[in-house]
Design a protein around this ligand. Sequence first.
Ligand code: SF4
Ligand code: SF4
Length: 452
Amino acid sequence: MNLSIIKITFTFRELIQIAASGVMIFGIGLMILGGFQILENKLLLIQNAFAYSSVGFIIYWLSSYWGKPAGIKNDGVWFKAVSSRKWIAWLLAIVLTSFYCILYWFPEYLGYNEKGNTGFVAFFDPLSYYLKNKAASQWFVYGVLYTWAILLFGIKFIIKYRHSRYQILRTLSVMFFQTAFAFIIPEFLQRMNLPYHDYKNIWPLNYYFFDGWHLDEMLMNGKIGYWMLMSGILMILIGSPILTFLFGKRWYCSWICGCGGLAETAGDAFRQLSDKSVKAWKLERIIIYSILLFVIAMTGGVIYTYITGELYLLGISTDKIRSIYGFAIGATFSGVIGVGFYPLLGSRVWCRFGCPMAAILGIQQRFFSRFRITTNGGQCISCGNCSSYCEMGIDVRSYAQNGKNIVRASCVGCGICAAVCPRGVLKLENGTIDLFNRVENPYLKNPPTTNS
Ligand code: SF4
Ligand code: SF4
């Protein structure tokens, strides 16, 4: 009888990865134990849970990328279950969409209770008391996890794209704006009994900015409230158009916005899943501009009600329209679908098909901005890396092959197409003003017949 002994050998890299996974699992385990209140909820516990899991993740990524070329490598992206819509991707999508549904509509299952939290929300109470002297809400929990995800995956992104100064700087930027503007400043404002306010969340992305309760909240808080109102309006009318004219929509979508920040960092593994077909492009324009019209009409309605006190405009309840927008677009599209479907539809579904802010910036970028991606067509070897990894579904290669500049409304200026091009064909530029000479779209003359 033959007895065979299976000999398993590990490389040094694998040993480090196994150790890092252990630390990561230990940290996540602490979170779960804290969530079920098996361990007492002390500030130290939450600190340890986040510290251990973060250190575990970072060591794992460092050991994975160390000694390998920087940037995207086409080494099995379409074969890994998580990045090619196989079972792990579906499982992740189910977990994420379920989490968003509970967060928006059933927060009591997370343990949220106005009279005293339990479960997972209670786990965050110590941190919430520390920051704003109040018990946590489900939104506080979401804010912590969202910021943590951007910081953590931001570090991974920087390790991965360490060869590109543009990618490092813009990732540091989204990490900063999320941490300071979307998390710390609003929490301290609440600690000082001032309204919650995220200065970088501009209307129409911030669709409640002109709601009656929000206007009242700002107007009742003296100078700082007036500053919030005026700075918000000035950003819509002056700041945003000037910045888009100078830099294209990237100043917001890829450098500041929290939705874009999460897509660029936590969603990086899924950027190749965006649909590059002309059909998707047509659908994108119909949906995003319909939502833009919807938010303008909805906002007009709530302002009309605020000024006149009339609840109906043209026989339609302005409050009802507001509720429909909040449910269908503000929660379902931007959250449940926008993030929950990362592993299936790519990381920029919301930015590409739904965000009314992106729609406004896109119109301006297309017709009135200095931003464009220039192409050196003679150098292109048609490898298709740029199209594959464009998260906005732009067939970059067809522009490069035709030697035409890219001036597309949807381009968020992430620069990944340029970062993955092996021939240095693409360059993001804020060039000389060419307002009356914006390049024609190559699709109009030479429509592609395939997705890539
Ligand atoms: S065209 Fe390039 S810069 Fe624009 S969204 Fe696509 S990958 Fe990003
Ligand atoms: S532009 Fe660069 S990445 Fe895109 S197809 Fe040409 S050589 Fe490949």
